[in-house]
Design a binder for this molecule. Structure first.
Ligand SMILES: Cc1cc2nc3c(=O)[nH]c(=O)nc-3n(C[C@H](O)[C@H](O)[C@H](O)COP(=O)(O)OP(=O)(O)OC[C@H]3O[C@@H](n4cnc5c(N)ncnc54)[C@H](O)[C@@H]3O)c2cc1C
Length: 495
């Protein structure tokens, strides 16, 4: 037992790190997320080696498996007022970013033992969708499941998002799913034994044009019909909720006090721990490399640790789903789009709701640690799996935020990262059976809102899979709707 500090920025002790290792976190990215080490001012410069040393000793790992975590810009905490003055060419597409590509040598962390040769259900992707589905299937008594993920848990969008949970949606289907998800999130800590730091401080949407204001007004009516207490507010009334906002150019606001934010990582770990406790195999650092298909069915999932024969495969690989589907000869209409995000130094609690300007895609909230966490879509971002962090984003975000909330100018940006939105042509997911391959089930295409939808979607999907009872979700949002021109548009999209 040692209370000696390893990370002085974030008060992480030797005990904390050894506790994480004892819980099974055997890679530095996961230990960073579990303990918070390396997320302070020095960005791990003072503690990374000490943690690697503890990991080598306690988990008896070979040197090749001791990989550093991905470095995050900026090199040193930088005031937003400085970043906001950097030139940005809005006419040009963003390129590159730091680091240039995701994916250190994760194969070095691949377990040596082969995967089990047969399972009833194989779920490709251990993000929030795959894990929540496995958890719900296990609750229904189905244990013969393998979840395969090519990386550490939380490496995909599920570990990179803003943690926003809202019921303000443009369709009844999404409002109802979000309502159910919120209900499940409220009971999560009690049922799963892990704190997901749910804080229902509301969501405050701002409109800068009459067109967006109309959309907010129409939305509020729909929400109220579904029992969601969204109110339309004048900019002055909204300043009573967040007095720090300048409100310049804002014409209308929509506020639902019951929306909120959660801390993404424990949410994933909660599902993963429940899966493992119930006998589901969660195989990390294991990549799906192909499928064996015959007579219109997937017979085996091929991985870099051997093949798994199975009855059913679920494709839950988020924005990587088109790549994985291509291994089975399928073309999905979805494409990955980088979305960048950052967090600042911690501040005393001052901001209750998540605030979003729907016109520009700017959004920000204050985390339970006090940081401002926020992002903003870039209309010039091309499709593709590039996940570096750009100075352009830091500049655009800082400018937009300091214009709206001038006091943010003195706040320092601590860390930037990016994740992939899984964008479909109508901003709605792809669910249900695959035409021509009925035992390949789809669970992808959740754009920038899959995190909050996962608990409810996974619950319904597990019931649909286990009972065979029909559910309109898995008939309405199917892959064949795109070929049939039967789109399901959702327009309350941030970014
Ligand atoms: C910056 C940002 C902010 C966001 N903010 C919010 C928000 O506030 N609220 C919200 O609800 N949603 C938000 N989202 C969206 C949300 O994060 C996603 O919709 C959700 O996490 C998708 O979950 P998933 O399980 O489908 O995908 P992922 O979490 O991406 O998981 C897919 C997994 O598949 C694995 N994989 C890929 N290829 C293979 C392979 N060949 N073999 C094995 N495994 C493979 C990956 O390693 C990954 O772990 C945001 C997203 C981003 C990027």
């Amino acid at each position: 037992m040692s209370k000696a500090l390893v990370c002085t920025c974030e008060d992480v002790t030797v005990d904390d790190v050894e506790g994480a290792i004892a819980k099974g976190y055997h890679d530095i990215e996961s230990i960073k997320r579990y303990t918070g080490f390396g997320t302070g001012v020095c960005q791990g410069k003072a503690c990374l080696c000490a943690v690697a040393d503890l990991l080598a000793k306690k988990a008896a790992l070979p040197d090749r498996a001791l990989l550093p975590f991905t470095p995050r810009p900026p090199l040193t905490p930088t005031e937003m007022s400085v970043l906001a003055t950097l030139p940005v060419d809005e006419a040009r597409a963003p390129v590159g970013g730091v680091p240039a590509a995701l994916g250190l040598a994760f194969h070095a962390l691949r377990p040596e033992a082969p995967v089990k040769p047969r399972a009833k259900i194989v779920i490709v992707g251990g993000g929030i969708m795959g894990l929540a589905l496995a958890h719900n299937l296990a609750l229904r008594g189905e244990r013969d499941i393998v979840v395969v993920d090519k990386s550490y848990l939380a490496a995909g969008a599920s570990g990179r998002n803003g943690g926003g949970v809202r019921m303000q949606w443009g369709t009844g289907a999404n409002i109802e799913l979000a309502k159910r998800s919120m209900e499940l999130m409220r009971g999560f800590a009690r049922e799963m034994g892990i704190n997901i730091w749910l804080r229902q401080g509301g969501y405050l949407f701002l409109a800068k044009t009459e067109k967006v204001a109309d959309r907010l007004a129409r939305g509020a009516e729909l929400h109220n019909r579904h029992g969601v207490p969204t109110q339309i507010l004048t900019p002055d009334a909204a300043r009573d909720i967040v007095p720090e906002l300048s409100m310049e150019g804002v014409v209308a606001c929509a506020y639902n006090r019951e929306d909120g934010v959660i801390f993404p990582w424990p949410f994933l770990w909660g599902y993963a721990t429940s899966c493992e406790r119930r006998g589901v195999a969660v195989e990390t650092f294991t990549q799906v490399t192909g499928f064996e298909v015959s007579d219109g069915r997937v017979r085996k999932v091929k991985t870099d640790r051997g093949d798994i024969a199975c009855d059913t495969v679920v494709l839950a690989a988020g924005a990587w789903s088109p790549q994985v589907a291509a291994l089975a000869g399928l073309k999905l209409p979805s494409e990955p789009h980088r979305h960048e995000i950052l967090c600042t130094e911690p501040l005393k609690p001052f901001l209750q709701p998540l605030v979003s300007v729907l016109d520009s895609g700017l959004y920000f909230s204050q985390s339970m640690r006090g940081e401002i966490v926020g992002g903003m879509g870039d209309p010039r971002e091309p499709a593709g799996m590039q996940l570096g962090s750009t100075l352009r984003f830091a500049a655009r975000f800082s400018r937009a935020l300091t214009e709206l909330m001038p006091i943010a100018g003195r706040v320092k940006v601590m860390r930037q990262w990016a994740g992939p939105y899984d964008v479909t042509p109508d901003n709605s997911p792809i669910l249900g059976r695959t035409p021509g391959l009925p035992n390949l089930l789809m669970m992808s295409g959740f754009v920038g809102h899959g995190f909050m939808m996962a608990p409810a979607v996974a619950e319904r999907m597990a019931e649909w899979m286990a009972t065979g009872k029909s559910d309109e979700l898995f008939e309405r949002f199917t892959l064949d709707r795109f070929a049939e021109g039967r789109l399901e548009p959702e327009d309350m999209i941030i970014g």
